[in-house]
Write a protein that binds this ligand. Sequence first.
Ligand code: NI
Length: 270
Amino acid sequence: MPLADTHCHLFFESFDEDRAAVIERARAAGVERILTLGVDIPSSAASVEQARQYDGVYAAVGVHPNDAARVWHGESTLAELRALAQTDEVVAIGEIGLDYYRDYTPPDLQRSVFVAQLLLAAELGLPVSIHIRDAVADALTIMSDWTAELRARGNALAAHPGVWHAFGGTEAEAQKAIDAGFLLGIGGPVTFKNARERQQVVAALPLEAMVLETDAPFLAPHPHRGRRNEPAYVRLVAEKIAELHACEVEEVIAVTSQNADKTFGWRDIV
Ligand code: NI
């Protein structure tokens, strides 16, 4: 069963020297699906280009909350995202969300940019990849309202609306996201030696609620912590989850890859 890295950023310049080799190593490690996400318009366009260039690589386009103040110009930005999102390479809207930890973008602007992109995702029938930092209550309210609206309108996206990426919340927060239809993206931090609480939460969550991710080039799993991360390392996340669930790694890979399949579809790029 092939692995899927449901969240990474191949556009970063730290991959400029060896991007093709990084993708080749991922394939050699059994990672057949890689979702690479933009954080603004140029990086979203670069993600589409890289998905076009490399087999097994798919793109998400979106404006990250920390970049919103710098790059968001309302309707014109939305129109640029819409045009990018309608290319064959794009299977999701992201990375979008709320980040009150950094103060690069005022919270009210973050919320309106987040909602605008959720509405774009609904319009295009694309799932979302969501970043949440120090903003769980507001983000969960917006996410739950959005999927309630999708259900009310009979939008098929309600069944698989997307992923709470880099999930690091409590069991209760996880349950709220699951109730709203979301999957939880589990990555490198679950492998860290000092991550007992996070590990206990992941141990308690059903595999059916999870997808695997790296967030490469960031958040490299143990024993690569502190160095550049890459999609091949998503296997280390699967191995840690198997240890926490006392099951075979193949089961973790099979269930999480199926979850990713249902959400992102991985339609053939022509
Ligand atoms: Ni990310």
